[in-house]
Design a protein around this ligand. Structure first.
Ligand SMILES: [Zn+2]
Ligand SMILES: [Zn+2]
Length: 117
């Protein structure tokens, strides 16, 4: 089978924390084929392959606003608070986040400790 060269290979987004990787179709703030949607951050976006609705898309992740690490949107890998932060930066600058977020993270840490390993 010969492949046409007109179709570029899918670009792959890889989370640098959990190593989840997935092809993405767009990187930026305005996914194509969407009506006037502007995302809050530059995201790696893929069209939802299971939806017939062309406007549906999934946000895979984005780059940490501080260290530029690519992280997925999973709550173990990143936090969105006005901007995207990877968990490493969140922990480093924890005291600069509001108490509510600090409390949520502390709660999560506890629950993952008890169930982990
Ligand atoms: Zn991840
Ligand atoms: Zn970071």
């Amino acid at each position: 089978m010969e492949q046409t060269t007109s179709d570029p290979r899918p670009k792959i987004f890889t989370c640098q924390v959990c190593e989840l990787s997935s092809p993405f179709t767009y990187h930026g703030q305005k996914p194509p084929n969407t009506r006037a949607i502007v995302l809050l951050e530059e995201c790696f976006v893929t069209q939802d392959p299971f939806s017939p609705d062309r406007e549906k898309f999934l946000v895979l992740g984005s780059a940490c606003s501080l260290c530029d690490t690519r992280v997925c949107v999973g709550s173990d890998c990143s936090l969105f608070y006005t901007k995207r932060f990877c968990m490493r930066c969140v922990n480093k600058h924890l005291e600069q986040f509001p108490r509510q977020i600090q409390a949520e993270l502390a709660k999560k840490k506890q629950s993952s400790k008890s169930s982990d390993k």
